[in-house]
Unconditional design. Structure first.
Length: 342
């Protein structure tokens, strides 16, 4: 295999989600000592608005720095801070957890981390194939960080990976708002290098009322053949009482609503890594914020291209074509993002 093909293979593999599912977005540079890691994502946005037409701005999607490492014997730690002032909170602790890794088939993590729900939510932010996460993930896979205790590991020579967690079910950096705990789990099976599939669930109480029960289910699929990669996921959510919308990775404000309501959505994404380090991407997604309403479907097609100048830098260009069946809203967007990882 030539030098160029080896470099391309390294890039492709580095942008696939890890089968370890340890909930940390980045890996240590060595087995000993402290590793300082992070990434910056400055970008340009051109957004269409219903009232003011097209508006544009330079912004930061994310600006993160953290530390991680191993402690003799069998312990590891991970902490990450986001300090982009374009988010609702100026600076906040994103992740902070400790893991016990003695047994690969049964590891334990305690702290604040990503809940083990959804393929795309558990794809690290700096490894996403499009600039934004899918709307269904932002709406139904939240909170994107939570406090809890998780048991996780690999079985059958890494053919099976599982995560099972007991979590607050509230927001990051907050005490639980009720006496109940959320149960969250994810199971992924990869019988061959080409195919990976699985599912995840979440169940718990939202808010202070005992009848605010939330239930989430997700099914995921990944198919990889040479330089071609296909990913898809479906998520269903049911809320019996009050529920929230917004607050996802795109920084939308959180809004409160009264239920009951059932919601669902999916995405399917296809991409191909060319020999020139250019990766075209096309992604289709839909979301229904109330299944009981006919034709209540919000759709989005993302046309994108990713360019990798080297192993630490990425340039993403996305155009988001959005359409709504019930009531069309002018809300398309064009984005360009530069990312540097360290």
């Amino acid at each position: 295999m030539g030098f160029l093909m080896k470099k391309i293979l390294v890039i492709i593999l580095s942008f696939l989600p890890s089968l370890m599912y340890s909930q940390g977005c980045m890996e240590a540079k060595s087995e000993e000592g402290v590793s300082v890691v992070g990434f910056f994502q400055p970008q340009y946005e051109l957004r269409q608005t219903p009232s003011d037409g097209w508006k544009n701005s330079f912004t930061f999607n994310r600006a993160r720095i953290g530390v991680l490492g191993n402690v003799p014997y069998d312990f590891s730690y991970y902490a990450m801070i986001d300090f982009s002032r374009f988010k609702p909170q100026a600076t906040y602790i994103l992740d902070a957890f400790i893991s016990y890794n003695r047994f690969s088939f049964a590891r334990v993590t305690l702290g604040q981390f990503k809940p083990p729900f959804s393929q795309e939510l558990n794809t690290p932010c700096h490894k996403l194939h499009t600039i934004l996460r899918s709307k269904v993930v932002n709406e139904l896979a939240l909170p994107d960080r939570d406090l809890g205790l998780m048991l996780w590991g690999n079985l059958l020579d890494k053919v099976v990976s599982y995560n099972f967690a007991v979590m607050n079910g509230y927001q990051r950096n907050f005490f639980d708002e009720n006496k109940e705990k959320d149960i969250v789990g994810r199971l992924v099976i990869q019988p061959t290098e080409m195919i990976r599939f699985g599912g995840s669930f979440r169940r718990g109480i939202t808010g202070t009322e005992s009848d605010n029960l939330k239930t989430r289910f997700a099914g995921e699929l990944q198919f990889k053949w040479r330089d071609l990669l296909l990913q898809a996921e479906y998520i269903y959510g049911k809320d019996t009482g009050s529920y929230t919308t917004g607050g996802g990775c795109d920084g939308s404000p959180i809004e409160f609503h009264e239920g009951p309501v059932s919601r669902d959505g999916m995405y399917a994404m296809l991409m191909y890594m060319t020999p020139w380090k250019l990766q075209p991407v096309i992604k289709y997604e839909f979301f229904r914020d109330d299944i009981s309403i006919a034709d209540n479907i919000d759709q989005c097609i993302t046309y994108g291209i990713n360019y990798f100048p080297n192993d630490w830098t990425r340039i993403q260009v996305n155009y988001l074509y959005r359409s709504e069946r019930l009531k069309e809203v002018p809300n398309d967007a064009f984005m360009v993002q530069l990312q540097v990882e360290f």
